[in-house]
Design a protein around this ligand. Structure first.
Ligand SMILES: [Cu+2]
Length: 558
């Protein structure tokens, strides 16, 4: 509790424009979880152990002095159906024992037996590691990007640092379980001669809803331009006339040496721009030998021209771009994001502004509670980078991993679930209660029984939904999906793909246990929601975005 208050204050008050904006998504306090930890040091477990790179490589290799550490939390109790955020202090034994530099981190979530849960069952919405000096310095979302800081740089760590972990673990089933968060860390102890060659970097958090505890926005099907919706560019008055939340002022000269991003399914990319009042873009092309993988074991000569930013006097410097392994396209967590190349260096000046925008596919699916976040690592005083207003920089990154096996259950296969279009009209209905993860009346499991009929609503009226499951953690949505919405559940089914004019979504009906107000939690802080009263006659199917096996239907009649 104490930690939460001391942390929230500065972030709230100075977060918007200051350098140390240091904001994790979802800074709601831990409620239910006690985390303790154990750690194991393994000299051979890190991926770096397998790297091949030349002495001139821009990526850290397996040189003497780098330790490969593995940490894990104590078992975390995951409540039935939970989609809540917890914030816990990280104990001393859950971090390196000595001062030094962190140069690589890889996050994951595991069952207690070490298996990685399928993403359609347990989903790591995020884990954000923060320290009290610099704010968030590492995160793991389901994209599971591996953070690499290039050779010669490192994130400075003191054994006395106070760390906190902000975790959001989403249980898509009504059964409790236990998991651990795990993270591999490549670390250079301060006592090594290698440490004397390392320049410290500072993390800079960029977020399209910077400063909010639960920084999300929605993108409607058909919004934006040419099938893509960019936030905040395409949003109507996103910041209410106040200071943009997606910009951070640079307080000193330096060089950005690393960048990673975070998006949700449907996301295409996060774009980072540098704004310098009065500055013009460089003309012509710049050709360089560049790394084409994250370990710098392969390179190619590439020539690039500067790409303008979204406003005058701005230039694109990086894009965290999604590569979807998902066969159905940009609709699931089965993707990886590009991170900056090991040799990517962008020089910034005091007074510049860093800006983030994020882009989601909007051609036939609405996306809810989207995020657009990036974390940059900046070396203060370092002049080695390319000034993007002097010569073109290549904003393309490289992937840090391939398809992950936990993303193998895509869903969308034919099932025996009822096709409600074939059912007759049932009685006029005014209220649907959600109890035991079932919509009553209208759940597709109930409508599959002999003699079942579809609940009806008179045109011009609305249907009231009331969540009667546990208000504190069993949060449900009523979200339109294209009729008949009866295929198998997976990471890519169901989707919010009703025709744009009849797409609806309730938000997560539930009560934030901390009662911290708007933008602090996924819960809407109400248990009730009404369908739009202007739906034309027809049959409607819906699902729960939190527990997508939950499906229901109603019919609007004249
Ligand atoms: Cu639900």
């Amino acid at each position: 509790m104490e930690y939460r208050h001391s942390y929230r204050g500065p972030a709230r008050n100075v977060g918007r424009r200051s350098w140390r904006m240091a904001r994790a998504p979802g800074l709601v306090v831990a409620l239910l979880v006690a985390v303790c930890v154990s750690f194991v040091v393994s000299a051979s477990s890190g991926a770096a152990a397998n790297r091949r790179s030349s002495p001139s490589s821009q990526a850290w290799s397996n040189e003497a002095g780098i330790e490969h550490l593995h940490f894990r939390t104590a078992p975390i109790k995951v409540l039935p159906g939970q989609n809540s955020i917890q914030m816990v202090p990280i104990p001393r034994n859950e971090k390196p024992a000595v001062d030094g530099y962190i140069v690589r981190m890889r996050p994951d979530v595991q069952y207690l037996d070490g298996e990685v849960p399928p993403v359609n069952v347990i989903h790591l919405h995020h884990g954000v590691w923060s320290d009290a000096r610099h704010g968030p310095f590492f995160f793991g979302g389901e994209e599971k990007t591996v953070f690499h800081i290039p050779r010669g740089y490192g994130y400075p760590y003191k054994a006395s640092d106070r760390w906190t972990l902000d975790q959001m673990i989403h249980n898509q089933r009504p059964v409790p379980t236990r998991v651990r968060l795990v993270w591999n860390l490549d670390f250079i102890p301060a006592s090594t001669s290698l440490a004397r060659t390392v320049k410290p970097v500072i993390p800079v958090w960029l977020d399209v809803r910077g400063g909010e505890d639960y920084p999300v926005f929605n993108s409607a099907s058909g919004s934006g331009e040419r099938g893509a919706f960019t936030y905040p560019t395409d949003a109507k008055n996103p910041y209410g006339g106040h200071t943009p939340l997606n910009e951070v002022r640079v307080p000193f000269d330096g060089t950005i040496v690393g960048a990673v991003g975070h998006i949700h399914p449907g996301g295409l990319y996060d774009t980072i721009e540098l704004v310098r009042p009065g500055a013009a873009l460089p003309t012509g092309r710049a050709c360089r030998r560049e790394a084409v993988d994250i370990t710098d074991s392969r390179s190619a000569t590439r020539c690039v021209a500067a790409t303008p930013g979204s406003t005058a006097h701005s230039v694109r410097i990086f894009r965290a771009q999604a590569h979807y392994y998902e066969p159905a396209g940009p609709v699931s967590w089965d993707f990886a994001l590009t991170a900056s190349r090991p040799d990517w260096r962008v020089r910034v000046r005091r007074g510049d502004t860093l800006r983030i925008t994020t882009t989601y596919a909007s051609n036939h699916i609405s996306w809810y509670e989207n995020m657009g976040i990036a974390l940059l690592f900046v070396a203060p005083g370092d002049r080695s980078g390319v000034d993007p207003f002097s010569a073109a920089v290549d904003w393309r990154g490289v992937l840090t991993h391939g398809h992950l096996g936990e993303n193998n259950v895509h869903g969308g296969a034919p099932t025996s679930i009822v096709d409600v279009r074939k059912l007759p009209n049932g009685p006029l209905t005014t209220e649907v209660r959600i109890k035991g993860y079932t919509y009553r009346p209208g759940d597709l499991s109930l409508l599959g029984q002999p003699g079942a009929r579809v609940p009806t609503v008179r045109q011009g009226h609305s249907l009231l939904f009331v969540n009667q499951d546990h208000a504190g953690y069993e949060w449900h949505t009523i979200t339109a999906c294209r009729v008949p919405c009866n295929r198998s559940t997976g990471i890519a089914f169901p989707l919010s793909n009703a025709p744009a004019a009849t797409q609806f979504d309730s938000g997560q009906l539930g009560i934030d246990p901390m009662q911290m107000g708007p933008h602090s939690s996924p819960a809407t802080n109400t248990m009730r929601w009404r369908t739009p009263s202007n739906l034309p006659p027809g049959t409607y199917t819906y699902y729960c975005r939190v527990h997508p096996f939950m499906r229901g239907a109603f019919r609007v009649v004249r």
